[in-house]
Design a protein around this ligand. Structure first.
Ligand code: EPU
Length: 321
């Protein structure tokens, strides 16, 4: 058995962990997957292992960037934030708001990562994949990925079917800052020209203040997704909580799950070795030595409280395995 890398710091094992460095290598190892259970991971930053995995864990180590005009094709195994850093250092704009998100490029396209008013779907043009059963290559256009908030075809209809090998992003040489979200404008230093690098550094500071460092306390970033509720439901809750933060979306009103969890009194509280982070209640942390089951138990208790208080179901963003 081999240990599975995960930022929650949970001890979990698989029969084998296979890392591959190229599309060709991935295709060549597909016959060895037949008859086995397998699961493809990225940087392990969005996973909660509740049990050991009786099968093969696959991980891409495909690296490299290639630039054609304003499109950049990036290997799925590149660390996401290395790509963001590279982009701002090379005069590109478009993903600076997505700075310091843990994980890798392949997962960015599966998960549709988002932060501070930007979602990666806004800049993805193509996703190159390999069919894990047949070894056939297929390129998905942005439209074919069916992107929505933290959703894509790779998490729904085609879950587990494809491995992402390369993602192509369209970035811009012209900086169009997106600073409307939350406290970004307030946090920018005054009297200095706003550049992608300045936005990146500001966002890194905000994230470092709010989010726990997985090297200190294991975690997977936001544990829950923010629910989108109907307008009527929103107005009904707003009557009791006039200061509730919210965001209008095309299909309803998004209410921050972190805010609801805080209202339930869970922020900073723990159940054994699993805790709700004291600076951002959307994040569950491993205080040291927690098992996947400990974290899942806390998840269920918190969900139950939110359901009882607000009559809203919140769902994990993290993949529970
Ligand atoms: N809030 C509270 N209490 C909390 C947490 C949040 O009252 O404990 C309130 C905040 O005051 C704010 C609102 O809820 O009014 C939203 O909070 P925040 O800006 O921190 O963002 P979020 O909705 O909790 C989402 C993403 C984050 C991303 C931030 C910033 C999801 C699941 N999470 O969190 O993504 O960094 O917005 O854009 O959509 C991640 O996915 O790992 C992640 C960190």
């Amino acid at each position: 058995m081999m240990q599975i890398n995960n930022t929650f710091g949970i001890k979990a094992y698989a029969k084998r962990v296979i890392e591959y460095k190229s599309e060709e290598e991935l295709v060549s190892l597909i016959p060895s997957l037949h008859g086995e259970k397998y699961f493809h991971v990225g940087g392990g930053s969005n996973l909660l292992f509740v049990n050991d995995f009786d099968g093969i864990i696959l991980h891409s180590c495909i690296k490299g960037f290639s630039v054609t005009d304003d499109e950049i094709r990036v290997g799925a195994g590149v660390v996401w934030d290395d790509f963001v850093e590279w982009s701002v250092l090379n005069g590109w704009s478009g993903i600076e708001n997505l700075s310091f998100i843990p994980g890798e490029v392949g997962a960015s396209a599966v998960q549709n990562i988002g932060a501070y008013g930007v979602e990666v779907k806004d800049v993805i043009t193509k996703v190159d994949c390999v069919d894990l059963q047949t070894g056939e290559r297929r390129t998905f256009t942005n439209k074919e990925c069916n992107y929505a908030y933290r959703q894509s075809i790779f998490k729904k209809e085609l879950k587990g079917k494809y491995a992402v090998t390369y993602v192509t992003y369209k970035l811009s040489r012209t900086f169009a800052p997106k600073l409307e979200y939350g406290n970004i404008i307030k946090s920018l230093p005054k009297g200095i020209e706003v550049t992608p690098t300045l936005v990146r550094n500001t966002i890194i500071d905000i994230r470092k203040q709010k989010l726990p460092d997985p090297k200190v306390y294991g975690n997977a970033g936001s544990f829950f997704m923010n629910p989108v509720v109907s307008h009527d439901k929103f107005l009904q809750i707003q009557k009791d909580y006039p200061d509730m933060p919210y965001y209008e979306t095309d299909n309803g009103v998004k209410i921050p799950a972190g805010w609801m969890i805080e209202q339930c009194g869970w922020k900073g509280k723990s159940l054994g070795k699993a805790a709700v982070h004291d600076k951002q209640a959307l994040v569950l942390v491993n205080l040291g030595g927690a098992t996947g089951k400990d974290i899942l138990h806390l998840c269920d208790v918190v969900r139950g409280c939110v359901k009882e208080k607000f009559d809203i179901d919140i769902h994990p963003e993290v993949n529970i395995i």
